[in-house]
Design a protein around this ligand. Sequence first.
Ligand code: SF4
Length: 262
Amino acid sequence: MNALAPIKKGYAQGTSGRRFESFEARGSRFNLADDHPAIVEGRTIMPKRVFAPTEVKRILVSGKNSRKIGDRVARGRWAGAPIFTLTLEERATCPRTCAEWKTCYGSNMNWAKRIAHGPEFESMLWAELEAKQAAHPAGFVVRLHVLGDFYSVAYAELWGEAMAAFPALRVFGYTAHAPDSEIGRIIGRLNERHADRFAYRFSGLDEPERGSVVIEPGADTPHTVCLAQRSLTNAAGDKKAECCATCALCWQSPRTIAFWRH
Ligand code: SF4
């Protein structure tokens, strides 16, 4: 089978937002209408960019493929560790309470390969984590959910089991689950239990620590603005352009991070 062949998920392949008149830009980001099928059905607007786990070479992808992430941690307590990313399907794996449900930046990420979630994904993910543990016993980082989120209690608990099974594993990311939700409490416990290896923030939590908020570019905020966004937006040719690998703030500190809407 073609490694890039899209999976069929029961909804129309190639659905185009252009059919929906209320599909409008909000800044440079799409703001889907309430009746857009992707909003109603809870899924990406790009079903052709969702792949079965068996249709991709790997589930965990090197951060070198992302200018914002970077391939190896350059500073701080995770220095030297390679970084890998995991991308799931936006909305299909996310809580409907997400504040960016209609404005998800996934709608602008035509190139992103989303891995279809479920039991097959979970068993292949586990096998890849085992291989990474063997290949990088001194440490490796997974930036969870470039798109998507913890889609079930069992899946969140799987990450807890992985943290216990793979001592080299380090994780960072952001979730739309509320801290007091069932999944949010699991994530909070992982933050506490593995404070040196698990660094997760709650999207929309506008408090000094453990939150991440979205603000308009340049808006005042008491929080630290993501250094990668600032340096990438500043100017082409910025010699000090940061990425997560060189910044490290998200796992060095619990401080809330502000992201510019883009
Ligand atoms: S603040 Fe630093 S570590 Fe966090 S997302 Fe931005 S660049 Fe990455």
